[in-house]
Write a protein that binds this ligand. Structure first.
Ligand code: TRP
Length: 334
């Protein structure tokens, strides 16, 4: 608890072009939770350097992601939106938690196995201890709720194990966080291969809708989306392509699957794909407009970056000092 509200923490990496999946599966849900909780939303740039980055590009993308958080509807005066690298407590707590995490646990993480296969020339120690940094992110703010994608649930479970282990030794230091997977939009699949998640690193540009795609591009990609031969708009396992488009349409318009099936009864896939494309364009248009406005307003964004870094530092340092004392580091002399 912070004040009279429960605490929510989540973060996203500023690497790759963010997709519609990132918006519908994550950002949109964050916005809907932001009134109810005391929220911390981080641009997790420390995590990004576990794979090699171009420095100027990383900085540019981190700012673009910051602006996107705001444009998507997270008010930076009510939510603590900050860069992870501006709060050194993340790195400091991660070091301590590394000493309470077993190599065996980390080698079981599926993301580590996937990423080390993908970046075989750079299997660095940071890639291995990535989940410990994520645990530090969460535990520093005494977080109650962590909205995550399904692929991050294993890291969240590990965070809980680390926190319980630490509390078991030193008493109640950390709040044990709960993971939260939103029901709708939780998994937006590739438009070209609906058995795969829509990913910012997909090599086929037609597989993903990028958040910055213009209207024509969006419509074109939906027209090319793979479907099947059943020729009816119905949500079922045998029609993964159509079901994915229904999921997108439902999340963008708020219509239920039954309503959608009725709306397109007797109509072809062409009409349906067009409607899905337009619903996405309608959702992204106001976000694009707000981004353009915010980009003109450098001083406002800079002042939010500064004020929120101070707030995050204040809360995080409080937890860090408690932990440092528990493990036996000498008191600071003032
Ligand atoms: N690892 C997460 C991802 O790639 C991002 C992340 C870092 C995160 N720290 C976090 C998510 C803390 C939730 C809470 O998606």
């Amino acid at each position: 608890m912070l004040g009279d509200k429960k605490v929510l923490f989540s973060g996203m990496q500023a690497t790759g072009n963010l997709t519609l999946g990132n918006y519908l599966g994550a950002l949109k849900n964050w916005v809907s939770l932001s009134d109810e909780y005391e929220c911390f939303y981080s641009v997790v740039d420390l995590h990004s350097i576990t794979v090699r980055q171009d420095p100027a590009e990383l900085r540019r993308r981190a700012r673009a992601l910051y602006i996107l958080y705001v444009a998507a509807g997270l008010d930076p005066e009510k939510n603590c939106i900050y860069y992870q690298s501006h709060v050194s407590a993340h790195s400091e707590l991660a070091w301590i938690l590394n000493c309470f995490t077993y190599n065996g646990e980390l080698s079981r993480m599926t993301q580590f196995k996937d990423k080390s296969a993908k970046h075989a020339d750079n299997v660095n120690a940071g890639l291995f201890t990535y989940p410990v940094l994520m645990a530090a992110d969460i535990l520093l703010y005494q977080t109650d709720l962590v909205p995550v994608g399904k692929d991050q649930m294993q890291h969240l479970e590990l965070t809980r194990d680390i926190a319980q282990r630490f509390n078991g030794i030193y008493g109640d230091v950390f709040t044990i966080p709960e993971g939260y997977i939103a029901k709708t939009g939780a998994k937006i699949m590739s438009l070209q291969d609906p058995s795969k998640k829509m990913s910012k690193s997909d090599e086929n540009p037609n597989a993903s809708i990028y958040l910055m795609d213009d209207a024509d591009t969006i419509i074109r990609k939906f027209k090319r989306a793979v479907t099947d031969s059943e020729a009816c708009v119905r949500y079922n396992e045998n029609q993964p392509g159509i079901s994915n488009l229904m999921e997108i349409y439902s999340t963008c318009t708020g219509k239920s699957f039954a309503e959608i099936e009725k709306e397109f009864d007797g109509k072809g896939y062409g009409d349906f794909k067009m409607a899905v494309g337009e619903s996405v364009v309608d959702v992204l248009r106001p976000i694009h407009e707000r981004i353009a406005d915010l980009e003109k307003n450098k001083d406002y964004i800079d002042s939010m970056i500064k004020a929120n870094a101070e707030k995050a530092n204040y809360v995080a340092t409080k937890t860090l000092r408690k932990v440092q004392k528990k493990v036996g580091f000498p008191e600071r002399i003032r």
